[in-house]
Design a protein around this ligand. Structure first.
Ligand SMILES: *Cc1c(COP(=O)(O)O)cnc(C)c1O
Length: 495
């Protein structure tokens, strides 16, 4: 399997090269040139496997320069029972009316980012080895809250790597911040940026393509890579859980093999839902992919108003901070595929986006989007209402991000009458967002202290995830705040 840059198909690399580099020279994203088919026989075989086996199998179809032994070993370590609280790595919990919650937050940092970021360090260090790389790999991460901690946890003290996380100073939840600033490890740095996630992500992307900076780092024996979902090694492990969830619905008799299911994903950078799109292209029986946004609804407008992507709009800080994003990086990969791998068009559209903050898709591509995707958005009040309603009627506690998806999907059903079963990606533990979750249930908690965990637990009767409980008594290690224009100066921390 070969990978090409979404902005230049002449750049062809192996999976290991794509993962080691993170982003393509010139700013494109590496994309597999084809989607491997998932046969009926394979699906049957996957039914009998555990999550680790399913993940290794799906990864093997994309990472053809990795051996089965390697991938099986990586999956065993990445998804070890002691890291995910048992063998049920990504359990499916069924609610009323054919709504199935795919819980992706049982890992060490209590958000779905663990599903990929527990795997990525294994893939990246193997990729560096395979490509003969001996320099120190400096991983730069822009985070809207959850990627940062998951990447720190995945890469802490991994030999040959250093990791630097940039988070928006006022754009993450108190729990997310506490998780990051108390991170242990000799090779980790955490910096707050005065700006929002888009500012952090754009600054990091500029560093990756700045020839002077790259030369300076190279002289110091370092190369850059990325742990954001622009890295193919982040995206590939995410495909597996959609396949796994489908298998679970079959083995528990909720659906028959071959039945179509819809998928709804609370979306920010468009990585998670793109993984579901790829699973569909491989042959997983998926109907509609419903893209759910909070008040930062640039994607809702894109899908529902004729393919105009326009980030020239207010940026809102919401109760679902990990979705507070106006430049969804992975949409670039979707454009590449729906255009029949038209790298020239993608490059032009991305240049327009960088220059004008907007672009318009050609008409024929808008129709293609509509065949696979639907979209919707809701505000904080509707999110809170949904948390309360689902808890009161079904005893199931949603976090603020997942609640956006549940609300948007209910709207989608009411609007279209589509009654197919749905897999909704449940992306974080509600205990990461105690303040707004408790408020939705009518209680105020003090979010300046870890006692918020106990407060939410006694309010809801739900157990506190062990990794969050363990934060009590940990001392913050990082307090640096820089202006977004001064981000370059922080690179010295890596040397
Ligand atoms: C990152 C994140 C999202 C958005 O996922 P994307 O892949 O960026 O679209 C949604 N919910 C939570 C809790 C997240 O951490």
């Amino acid at each position: 399997m070969e990978y090409v840059s979404s902005r230049d198909k002449g750049l062809r690399v192996s999976a290991a090269q794509a993962i080691a580099a993170g982003i393509a020279p010139g700013g494109g994203l590496f994309c597999p040139t084809e989607f491997p088919a998932l046969s009926a026989d394979e699906m049957q075989a996957l039914l009998g496997m555990d999550y680790k086996g399913r993940a290794a199998h799906i990864l093997g179809k994309f990472l053809t320069d990795f051996s089965t032994e390697e991938l099986t070993g990586f999956a065993a370590k990445a998804y070890a029972d002691e890291k995910f609280g048992g063998p049920d790595t990504a359990p499916v919990k069924s609610l009323a009316d054919g709504v199935h919650m795919l819980e992706l937050w049982h890992g060490p940092t209590c958000a779905f980012k663990d599903m990929a970021l527990q795997m990525l360090p294994h893939l990246l260090t193997a990729s560096l080895r395979k490509t003969g790389e001996t320099r120190t790999c400096c991983i730069l991460v822009a985070t809207s809250g959850d990627t940062g901690k998951a990447a720190l946890e995945g890469f802490a003290d991994v030999p040959g790597t250093k990791i630097m996380v940039y988070y928006p100073v006022d754009g993450v939840s108190p729990m997310q911040k506490l998780q990051m600033v108390t991170q242990q490890g000799q090779n980790v740095e955490v910096v707050a940026i005065e700006g929002n996630f888009d500012d952090a992500q754009s600054a990091v992307k500029r560093i990756f393509t700045d020839a002077d900076v790259i030369r300076r780092m190279n002289d110091a024996g370092c190369i850059f890579s990325s742990a954001n979902s622009i890295n193919w090694g982040r995206l590939a492990p995410q495909i597996a859980y959609y396949v796994s969830a489908y298998c679970d619905l079959v083995t528990t008799g909720k659906i028959a093999m071959g039945d179509p299911v819809n998928v709804c994903v609370p979306t920010g950078n468009f990585g998670n839902i793109l993984a579901a799109y790829i699973a569909k292209q491989m042959g997983l029986p998926v109907g509609k992919l419903v893209c759910a946004s909070n008040q930062n609804n640039v994607l809702t407008d894109f899908f529902r108003q004729g393919g105009v992507y326009d980030r020239n709009r207010p940026f809102y800080t919401t109760d679902s901070p990990s979705m507070d994003i106006l430049i969804s990086s992975n949409l670039e990969r979707l454009l590449f595929y729906i255009s029949g791998q038209n790298d020239v068009m993608v490059r032009e559209l991305m240049e327009e986006l960088a220059r004008d903050g907007r672009y318009t898709l050609p008409a024929d591509l808008r129709d293609k989007l509509a065949a696979d995707f639907d979209a919707g958005c809701c505000d904080d009040a509707q999110t809170a209402e949904t948390i309360r309603r689902i808890f009161e009627t079904q005893g199931y506690l949603l976090d603020t991000h997942t609640a956006v998806a549940v609300k948007v999907y209910a709207d989608y059903r009411a609007r279209t009458g589509d009654s197919a079963p749905v897999i909704i990606a449940s992306t974080a533990s509600p205990f990461k967002f105690c303040g707004p979750v408790a408020a939705a249930l009518g209680k105020t908690v003090d979010t300046t202290s870890v006692s918020q965990l106990d407060a939410l637990a006694s309010l809801t009767g739900q157990p506190i995830p062990a990794p969050l409980a363990a934060l009590a008594g940990k001392t913050p290690r990082f307090d640096r705040v820089v202006r977004k224009d001064d981000i370059l100066s922080t690179l010295d921390l890596l040397l």
